[in-house]
Design a protein around this ligand. Structure first.
Ligand code: 5RP
Length: 235
């Protein structure tokens, strides 16, 4: 089975899971290629949900295309479940997220959910977080300041750049990637994240950091993982 098929498989398992919710609930929806499969999988069942809350412009667009109602998070007090992927997840459910750049809105929506349902394939499971470069969303004016702070804790920092468009495939990209919030993303490698809750708090306290991609406070409550033999519930 290839990775796309594994994403489809775990997305279908998550669909079956959320369809167990009583009808008329609002669903929290994450961002990324696995979540895209999930959105497509629940689309035929949209009348089961009163609406959705979305963690990115990309997911909002996809949800609206399928005819879902997308609500403003300010109008929602609590969600029964938030479904999202991860870039890495450890055995306790701590995650690195933000590979798609949506970490700030993802963390906000996860914070109002009773349950974080994480969906991924087995390649995302790690014993200790930190092989995947840690995304840190920053205010552009604080980019150099936060970079220096991250270097002090042993990180090697690069600024995420926009992907080349078809027209400039031969050019070196030089424009920073800009998030839905107007932030920039620092990618920090070389960290072995043995204490995710502590490092999340420490990095959050640096002035200019909007969000760090460690999800320890908002860790996964339920983890569905697909591999070539099917989908396993790990947590
Ligand atoms: C986006 C995220 C995604 O959940 C994460 O990058 C996983 O994406 P994919 O399902 O495409 O592997 O955190 O900001």
């Amino acid at each position: 089975m290839n990775q796309d098929q594994l994403k489809q498989l775990v997305a279908q398992a998550a669909r079956d899971e959320v369809l167990q919710l009583p009808a008329g609930q609002v669903l929290g929806v994450g961002t990324g290629s696995t979540v895209n499969c999930f959105i497509d999988a629940i689309a035929p069942h949209k009348s089961h949900f009163a609406g959705t809350v979305s963690s990115s412009n990309a997911s909002t667009e996809r949800l609206l295309k399928h005819g879902f109602t997308v609500l403003d998070p300010n109008d929602v007090v609590q969600l029964p479940v938030y479904v999202d992927g991860a870039d890495e997840i450890d055995p306790q459910g701590n995650m690195i997220k933000g590979g798609g750049g949506a970490l700030t809105r993802e963390k906000i929506i996860a914070s109002i959910a009773n349950q974080f349902l994480c969906i991924c394939d087995a390649s995302k499971q790690v014993p200790i977080l930190g092989h995947f470069p840690l995304p840190v969303e920053v205010m552009p004016m604080a980019c150099a300041i936060v970079t220096r702070e991250m270097e002090k804790i042993g990180g090697k920092v690069t600024l995420r750049l926009q992907k080349n468009t078809r027209e400039d495939l031969n050019q070196t990209p030089s424009q920073p990637f800009i998030t839905d919030n107007g932030g920039w993303i620092l990618e920090v490698s070389g960290l072995s994240i043995t204490n995710p809750p502590a490092l999340e708090v420490q990095i959050n306290q640096i002035a200019g950091v909007l969000t760090v991609g460690i999800f320890a406070k908002e860790k996964a409550d339920v983890l569905l993982v697909s591999n070539s033999t099917g989908v396993e519930r790990i947590i």
